[in-house]
Design a protein around this ligand. Structure first.
Ligand SMILES: *Cc1c(COP(=O)(O)O)cnc(C)c1O
Length: 430
């Protein structure tokens, strides 16, 4: 008999009508060999599955839920807004409020446009960069994820030029030949590439996750980001920060405030919808005004700036402005990461914890992860065991070694302590 009979049966039925039983691949938990959770409900820091089992949640809808599940303030604001009509296809006051809030908080953002997913935000930012500069090439970094637009689905090809290959069926090589794929954190190699006479005048934009979350947590080296800012300016290309995870997660002004770098465009997602589908891209006024209807870069969306999502997002951002919010969040996160790090060092384990504020990854198989070459050498078998061990204790972490844990403002200390103890037990016994 399966341990979670209702989940198991429901998942089989889901698989009959939805490919892989999921609407986003990593949810299928294939890498960790586990029937996925079929979620029934959630509140604060816990999810309950359809079998009635409870899990302390460190996935937090992939970082979107910085205030945890079903926060009463967000719910009541969204309910009120829902009663006023859920979608208009017309512009609304709440869009101005959220836009102004973000413009006030993030100095690099003078104007912003809302979309419904991070994928749309990065795709539109890249189109805008191409339209603004009149150039075609987009530079991205190996191991960074920017959603699933065709030209971002690339991996490094062979050869010194880092010309990419498509990493998904259905993406023509014709499309990805306008993407250059470079090694993350390799300052000198990237500087040379950006200045290469074959490329420098053709590059529209360089896009990166300033603190990568999609190979596990891998912060960019400060000199790497500094170099990107200098070189893009020099060659007339835009610098785009994909802060879909890090925006409002690592600091109120995002990763760009930690690195003290002003990007030309920034992409947001996850947190800014307060748990509803919303994302955005914004930046310098002069660039943003190239968008239709003012300019000739087309970009649109039936549900863009959805008023319920905007209201939820505004409430979420308002709560981030509380004094010491981020310090408190980091203190909570350190309740796990500090003892775990110490234990790994004491044991001399081939593992490490990489962290930025309330996002972190416990990596197995390497003592440091700086780029995708390192990330490819991780011990996925050990991670699978780790995931299943925590799962059996009622703790849910993202089901992949190449993802981040997220701590919310409502994680209870008793749950953090329990999680710490379970992680330490795993380390002691493996
Ligand atoms: C999640 C994510 C995206 C894509 O956002 P979706 O809403 O899933 O389309 C883009 N960039 C980064 C850095 C992300 O983490």
């Amino acid at each position: 008999m399966h341990q979670r009979p209702v989940s198991h049966a429901l998942y089989q039925r889901l698989c009959e009508v939805i490919p892989g039983g999921v609407n986003s691949p990593v949810r299928a938990c294939l890498g960790v060999n586990q029937t996925p959770i079929v979620a029934a409900s959630a509140s604060r820091d816990r999810v309950i599955d359809v079998d009635g089992k409870t899990y302390i949640d460190f996935c937090g809808s992939w970082g979107a839920l910085i205030h945890g599940h079903a926060h009463p303030k967000i719910l009541s604001a969204a309910r009120k807004r829902m009663g006023m009509g859920t979608s208009f296809g017309m512009t609304t006051d709440i869009e101005e409020q959220l836009a102004r809030k973000i413009v006030q908080l993030v100095p690099s953002v003078e104007k912003i446009r809302f979309v419904s997913s991070g994928t749309e935000a990065t795709m539109s930012a890249a189109r805008l960069a191409r339209g603004y500069t009149g150039r075609d090439l987009i530079v991205k970094f190996i191991g960074n994820y920017h959603g699933h637009a065709d030209f971002f689905l690339v991996q490094a090809g062979s050869g010194v030029a880092y010309l990419p290959r498509s990493s998904s069926a259905g993406v023509p090589e014709e499309v990805v030949k306008h993407t250059l794929c470079l090694p993350y954190n390799d300052t000198e190699m990237c500087r040379a590439c950006l200045n290469h006479p074959d490329y420098s005048h053709r590059i529209a934009a360089v896009i990166l996750e300033p603190i990568a979350g999609n190979m596990g947590v891998v912060p960019a080296q400060p000199d790497f980001i500094q170099m990107l800012r200098e070189e893009t300016q020099k060659i007339g290309a835009l610098l785009i920060f994909d802060e879909v995870i890090t925006g409002f997660r690592v600091a109120l002004q995002g990763a760009q405030s930690l690195y003290k770098v002003i990007p030309d465009l920034t992409c947001f997602g996850k947190i800014i919808g307060g748990g509803f589908p919303a994302a955005a891209f914004g930046g310098k006024r002069e660039i943003m005004d190239c968008l239709a209807p003012l300019g000739d870069v087309y970009q649109a969306g039936t549900l863009s700036g959805n008023p319920v999502a905007m209201e939820a997002g505004l409430q979420a951002l308002n709560m981030l402005e509380r004094k010491s919010f981020y310090a408190e969040l980091e203190r909570k996160t350190n309740m796990i990461t500090k003892p775990v790090r110490e234990s790994l060092v004491r044991k001399g384990a081939m593992a490490c914890v990489q962290q930025c504020g309330s996002m972190f990854t416990v990596f197995f198989g390497k003592k440091a992860v700086n780029n995708m070459d390192d990330a490819r050498q991780l011990d996925l078998e050990m991670f699978g065991r780790f995931f299943r061990f925590l799962f059996s204790k009622g703790i849910y972490i993202p089901p992949s070694q190449h993802e981040a844990w997220f701590v919310s403002s409502v994680h209870e200390e008793s749950h953090l302590n329990k999680t710490r103890d379970c992680v330490l037990e795993f380390i002691e016994t493996h």
